[in-house]
Design a protein around this ligand. Structure first.
Ligand SMILES: Cc1ncc(COP(=O)(O)O)c(C=O)c1O
Length: 452
């Protein structure tokens, strides 16, 4: 470990002793001391005491401007007043019924008004939404295989827990990547039904259709692949996937768990002008409570109405979460707020770019709506294998450096990205940029040392 990184880690440990102590307690009962593997990192994660607006405070009382925002689930920011009011009013009228209620049609109207789907079902997490969407696509086509992209993340069920972060030599040829299980416990049958292609490479997708004539039920992808920082679809890529799916009778599923609430008012379909057959939504549409949904045409969703495809769930359309979702659609995800977030996003990206150029860092900034990331690469990342050569120590130096200066620039992980909320201000962006400007010269120096 190089000295500047060690210094940042020492500072981190000096500032956060209570997080260290609580992590030790968690470790007794929770593997890795956390409730999701994504939350674990060395030496230990920050433990949160409270949050409001664009800030959170840790157990030691340190204040941070939050661009993690629950791994991108909070474009509303913390405790958005409209969401809090809706939740507060709902809490005293029953927290769950397991029966239909009036918020269901209200929220589904809001969703269908801006995404190109005719019907939907609610669920609670992105994992559930992509699982049901894939099952429905399989049922509608009578086929079992799906195509996903190497490096793409779509949740934790068996069909998609494949090739999220595969390594050489397991991952095989880039033109026809090997499907690598994302951990133990994924049955071989599931793995074999998930065929993997390379993002931004239509030929690799076409090859998969040729190799599996009449076998592919769907392609599932994030329109901007966000499990690798931000990997932007090159011109023609999404249109090409649309054409291939139409030609081969497969469903095009946009996993908009991240992009849906954050890219634009109408999500990726509006932003890129490409219409998928199915959409999965989650995270930011709940304004801080767990809501997800999957939707498609009336014809495809009819399979659920005909009781041919099963969908259920005790917590589906939980009234408190639905009230939060409704407030989020009506008062948070407004065109005016998207303009505010876009303006702050451009300011942040341009500020980074100025500093990158000033200190001579080999890096660029990738952006998409409320999301963005400092990409520590000399050239644009176009697929997972471009992304995987990141210098982890340099990235850790950046992340801990920012955290030590009161800026949670993004969730921990080279695959992550920042989120700007509707509650962030110009002053928050100025502070973020000031912290980056302070550490950037040391990053540039460390990068030169590592590459020379
Ligand atoms: C694109 C994408 N799909 C699906 C999921 C899974 O969502 P959840 O964690 O709510 O199950 C995530 C979570 O990060 C995601 O980013």
């Amino acid at each position: 470990m190089y000295p500047e990184l060690q210094k940042e880690l020492d500072t981190y440990q000096r500032r956060t002793p209570k997080s260290a102590a609580s992590h030790k307690l968690n470790l007794k009962r929770l593997p890795l001391g956390v409730s999701s593997n994504y939350r674990a990192y060395d030496p230990y994660p920050i433990f949160v005491k409270e949050a409001s607006g664009s800030h959170f405070r840790d157990l030691d009382g340190n204040d941070y401007i939050d661009f993690n925002l629950c791994v991108g689930a909070l474009i509303a920011g913390h405790c958005h007043p409209a969401v809090m009011q809706a939740v507060g009013e709902r809490l005293s009228t029953g927290t769950m019924f397991g029966m239909p209620h009036d918020l269901e049609w209200e929220l589904s109207e809001e969703i269908c008004a801006r995404f190109p789907i005719e019907m939907l079902r609610f669920s609670n997490s992105g994992t559930e939404a992509t699982m049901h969407a894939i099952r429905l696509a399989r049922a509608a086509t009578g086929r079992e295989k799906i195509i996903k992209f190497e490096g793409g993340y779509h949740g934790l069920h068996e069909s998609v827990l494949v090739s999220m972060k595969p390594k050489a030599p397991d991952f095989g040829d880039i033109n026809a990547p090997t499907a690598v299980p994302g951990g133990l416990g994924v049955p071989e049958g599931s793995r074999a039904n998930t065929v993997v292609a390379t993002f931004n490479d239509l030929a690799s997708v076409e090859l998969r259709f040729t190799q599996n004539p009449s076998g592919i039920a769907a392609i599932i992808l994030e329109p901007i692949m966000m499990n690798v920082g931000l990997c932007i679809p090159q011109p023609g890529f999404l249109e090409g996937l649309r054409d291939l799916c139409t030609k081969h009778g497969a469903f095009l599923i946009f996993d908009e768990i991240k992009t849906g609430g954050k890219l634009a008012w109408g999500g990726a379909s509006e932003y890129f002008g490409v219409k998928p057959d199915m959409i999965c939504l989650g995270k930011s549409i709940g304004g801080g409570l767990p809501i997800a949904a999957f939707g498609a045409s009336r014809e495809a969703m009819a399979l659920i109405a005909q009781r041919k495809v099963f969908h259920g769930g005790t917590y589906n359309s939980n009234p408190v979460a639905m009230a939060a979702g409704l407030a989020t659609f009506r008062d948070v995800l407004t065109r005016g707020n998207y303009a505010h977030v876009d303006k702050l996003g451009a300011k942040l990206a341009n500020g980074y770019r100025r500093t990158i150029a000033k200190v001579g860092l080999q890096a660029y900034v990738a952006m998409g709506g409320a999301n963005g990331a400092l990409m520590l690469y000399p050239r644009e990342v176009r697929n997972y294998r471009d992304w995987m050569v990141v210098d982890e120590d340099l990235w850790r130096h950046y992340w801990f450096g920012m955290v030590n200066r009161g800026v949670m620039a993004l969730p921990y992980g080279t695959e992550e990205q920042w989120t700007i909320s509707v509650q962030h201000t110009e002053a928050d962006i100025d502070e973020h940029l000031a912290a980056f400007e302070e550490i950037a010269p040391a990053l540039a120096k460390a990068q030169v040392r590592a590459t020379s």
